[in-house]
Write a protein that binds this ligand. Structure first.
Ligand code: SAM
Length: 189
């Protein structure tokens, strides 16, 4: 179906479902898509963020897409984050998307630690770049987001939910944390 409809990945349908439910993407936004190859989420973002700006990051090369800037590199490396920050040039981001997935080693506990360190890097990036009211979507594994990190995320966003799109295979342990309404100065009591 994804090929028929011109999407580069099946993952595109996951973002469509997430956005249909949570209404994250809107015209004129600045969106950063982490782990963007081969580009299905970039295509969905392009459709829904008209006249905006979309930046993707991946370890792998991504075939060019009009109006999308891609940084090739490891998002956990400072040089890659710096390259994105340079492109932003001081502008604040409205939406940070992450479908980042480290290759599974087959041991659930190790996979969980690896994906959590990616989500931590995504959240840290949000803290430095996200605009007031902005959103973050990040892939996590079954069991959701690790408690300490989840507590930090909840402090900084008005609404936080875990969501498993139907397009995500039910035998897969992936799900997404969706955090809406970034409020950097909020003090939780
Ligand atoms: C599930 S795929 C993303 C699919 C994409 N959302 C789409 O719709 O086409 C996960 C991607 O994360 C990338 N990735 C994993 N670890 C990464 C890292 N440390 N830095 C940058 N990209 C990474 C992989 O190269 C892979 O392309």
């Amino acid at each position: 179906m994804s090929k028929q409809q011109g999407y580069r990945s099946r993952s595109a349908y996951k973002l469509l479902e997430i956005d249909d439910k949570f209404r994250i993407l809107a015209p004129k936004q600045l969106v950063v898509d982490l782990g963007c190859a081969p580009g299905g989420w970039l295509q969905v973002a392009k459709q829904r963020v008209r006249n905006g700006c979309i930046i993707g990051v991946d370890l792998q090369e991504v075939a060019p897409l009009d109006e999308v800037t891609v940084v090739t590199g490891d998002f956990t490396a400072t040089a890659t984050v710096q390259a994105v920050v340079n492109i932003l040039g001081g502008r604040k981001v409205n939406v940070v998307l992450s479908d980042l997935a480290a290759a599974s080693c087959g041991m659930a506990s190790v996979d969980h630690i690896r994906i959590m360190s990616l989500v931590r890097a995504v959240f840290d990036f949000c803290v430095h770049t996200l605009d007031n009211g902005g959103s973050m979507v990040a892939k996590v594994l079954r069991g959701g987001t690790e408690n300490l990190l989840l507590a930090e995320i909840k402090k900084k966003f008005a609404r936080v939910a875990h969501f498993k799109p139907q397009a995500s295979r039910c035998d897969s342990s992936e799900m997404y944390i969706v955090a809406i309404g970034y409020r950097p100065d909020h003090q939780a009591h």
